[in-house]
Design a protein around this ligand. Structure first.
Ligand code: PAF
Length: 282
């Protein structure tokens, strides 16, 4: 496994891989790696088993996607541990550029998302998805992947990246991977490490809320007000709800009744840590 810090060097390595007809599988991350990230890597290898391929992971805590300086400052950074985890996952290259290299003095161009960014995290974190898709577009130009893999916990991020790749004609296939959960159901997230033991217990309300909504919809409930009320009842007093929405899976627009596949999406602050999760209903 080779650690690459330089953009031009990474670009050249990717060009060589392409010349050698190797498929490039890319897993972009912000580090603080956990089993969820490792599942994305494993999925990447499975995707191209039997075909010559190279797996590239990037680790870059992207400053432009944080809308709170405090959140950026306290985002967990565990590079030595991350690298030792990746050494066991048959990763070929780890790209770890500096912020000064990714955003040199005078950089001013960004990629602006469309309507999909109006809702959910896009509404409560202005500018967040601009930061996400700008860095993802830059990483795609550098790594030149055939496949890029993202977790479905960040459902809206995945939808916006798919749209961006399509709209800007990136020759990359965007792959979604189901959310990986702890044994008690909590969605794996780098942010979980910042929860106190008591906050960790309260965080379970999120998955309990999702389960309750699933239970209600499978018993025939379609009314969104009723579903939201039931989930809010479980979440209240566990943290500060940022949003609790039921949205159309294609457009991410809020719906009033469940007529077709609907996404229940939750964002909540627990111990000042912002957690998100979602599930499809019914
Ligand atoms: O999901 C993440 O970890 C980040 O948003 C991403 C896609 C690596 C961009 O910084």
């Amino acid at each position: 496994m080779k650690v690459v810090k330089d953009i031009v060097q990474m670009q050249r390595l990717s060009q060589q891989l392409r010349l050698r007809r190797k498929k490039i599988i890319f897993v972009p991350t912000m580090g603080a790696l956990h089993q969820g990230h490792l599942a994305l890597i494993k999925h990447g290898h499975q995707l191209c088993s039997g075909t010559p391929h190279a797996l590239i992971v990037s680790i870059f805590v992207n400053p432009t996607q944080f809308n709170s300086p405090k959140d950026f400052k306290f985002y967990p950074r565990t590079l030595p541990k991350d690298l030792s985890l990746l050494r066991h996952c048959k990763v070929d290259y780890v790209f770890t550029p500096s912020a000064a290299m990714m955003y040199p003095e005078g950089a001013e161009t960004c990629v602006e998302p469309g309507a999909l960014a109006q809702y959910l995290c896009g509404a409560t974190r202005p500018g967040h998805f601009r930061g996400v898709i700008t860095i993802v577009a830059k990483l795609f130009h550098i790594v030149q992947p055939d496949f890029a893999i993202f977790g479905e916990k960040d459902f809206q991020q995945l939808a916006i990246i798919r749209q961006m790749a399509k709209d800007l004609n990136f020759p990359v296939q965007i792959i979604g991977h189901p959310t990986v959960r702890e044994s008690d159901g909590l969605a794996m997230s780098s942010r979980n490490a910042r929860l106190s033991p008591e906050g960790r217990r309260r965080a379970l309300a999120v998955v309990q809320g999702l389960r309750e909504a699933k239970r209600l919809t499978s018993s025939g409930v379609r009314n969104v007000t009723r579903l939201k009320k039931a989930v809010r009842h479980i979440l209240q007093e566990k943290g500060k709800i940022d949003y609790l929405e039921l949205v159309d899976v294609q457009t991410l627009r809020p719906v009033k009744t469940i007529k077709q596949k609907t996404l229940l999406a939750i964002a909540i602050f627990i111990d000042e840590v912002r957690l998100i999760d979602n599930c499809l209903l019914p």
